[in-house]
Design a protein around this ligand. Structure first.
Ligand SMILES: C[S@@+](CC[C@H](N)C(=O)[O-])C[C@H]1O[C@@H](n2cnc3c(N)ncnc32)[C@H](O)[C@@H]1O
Length: 280
């Protein structure tokens, strides 16, 4: 069972479920569409949070989505989970628990499966498939090239972006970032190291013992800035991107930003209404 999360763990699932119901409601009268739910980081099916005395169990997103039958269920469910233990539990909690449903549970890296999804949706044979995707990583596992592969496809996607817990932590104060971290940032943001430096650091000349030297300083507000950059990047791939839901820890620091992307204006309008409700 996955162990993590605060109240925001539940809220992000509520946001997804709220949106899924609205999506299914719109699709209710459009029986010619085959509806696919794709979950790239599906977990084990349940989430446990250790409290001092007892353990609180939350039903994970995968099961919450499978359980929706009204206004209409999805036709196919595709769950990706890389961790072998979670994968085994996920299979028991989804495919084996709902044998009447068309459920695929795959142990793979999400990046590979996002690209497979893009190829599947691009196939003319699948032109009547409409997809709701949920990309809920705990870290910076999603590579920009995977997101890029989804350009132009009929897919609505909620994506959790580790701005505070990921990007901001790799951007050191003095700008001396190890090659491994720079590579991680490049793959995640789809930007070059130089571009990343330009966006997050200012340079000024300082008098030192050996004369003038160029010093880098991390600009303020890097978490919000990384959310803005990611949103801007998403807008290059999808016609519409929602405002983000901000996931904060108990010290009120932002850990993640959650976005909805779509090529459909009405979809993002619904997403924005849901985000607004939960941000307040
Ligand atoms: C935040 S949890 C997902 C929780 C889930 N959405 C839920 O509601 O229960 C992230 C999951 O992604 C899995 N994971 C980590 N890296 C992965 C990758 N590269 N591809 C697929 N799954 C991965 C982890 O094992 C973990 O179970």
């Amino acid at each position: 069972m996955n162990k993590f999360g605060g109240d925001w763990t539940k809220i992000k699932i509520e946001i997804l479920v709220n949106y899924a119901k609205a999506f299914l409601s719109i699709m209710k009268g459009r029986k010619y569409y085959k509806l696919l739910y794709f979950d790239g980081f599906a977990g084990s099916g349940f989430i446990s949070k250790d409290k001092k005395k007892d353990v609180e169990i939350t039903v994970g997103a995968a099961r919450r989505i499978i359980e929706i039958s009204d206004p209409r269920p999805f036709d196919i469910y595709y769950f990706v989970e890389k961790d072998p233990k979670n994968f085994k539990l996920l299979k028991q909690n989804t495919k084996e628990a709902f044998p009447e449903k068309k459920i695929h549970v795959i142990r793979e890296d999400c990046n590979k499966k996002i690209i497979d999804l893009a190829n599947y949706l691009r196939d003319p044979e699948n032109k009547n498939v409409r997809t709701l995707a949920y990309i809920d990583p705990c870290g910076m596992q999603v590579e920009w090239r995977s997101i890029e592969s989804l350009k132009g496809l009929p897919l609505d996607m909620w994506i959790l972006v580790p701005t505070g817990l990921g990007v901001n932590r790799l951007l050191t104060r003095n700008g001396n970032i190890s090659d491994i971290w720079i590579e991680r940032l490049e793959k995640f943001l789809g930007l070059s190291g130089k571009e990343i430096e330009k966006r997050f650091y200012s340079k000024k000349l300082e008098q030192t013992l050996f004369g003038e030297e160029s010093m880098k300083t991390k600009e303020r507000g890097a978490i919000k800035k990384s959310a803005e950059i990611y949103q801007e990047r998403l807008k290059e791939i999808f016609k519409f991107v929602s405002e983000p839901y901000e996931l904060k820890n108990s010290q009120n620091s932002i850990m993640y930003h959650l976005f909805l992307t779509s090529n459909n204006k009405a979809a993002v309008k619904i997403g924005n209404d849901i985000v607004k409700k939960y941000n307040n």
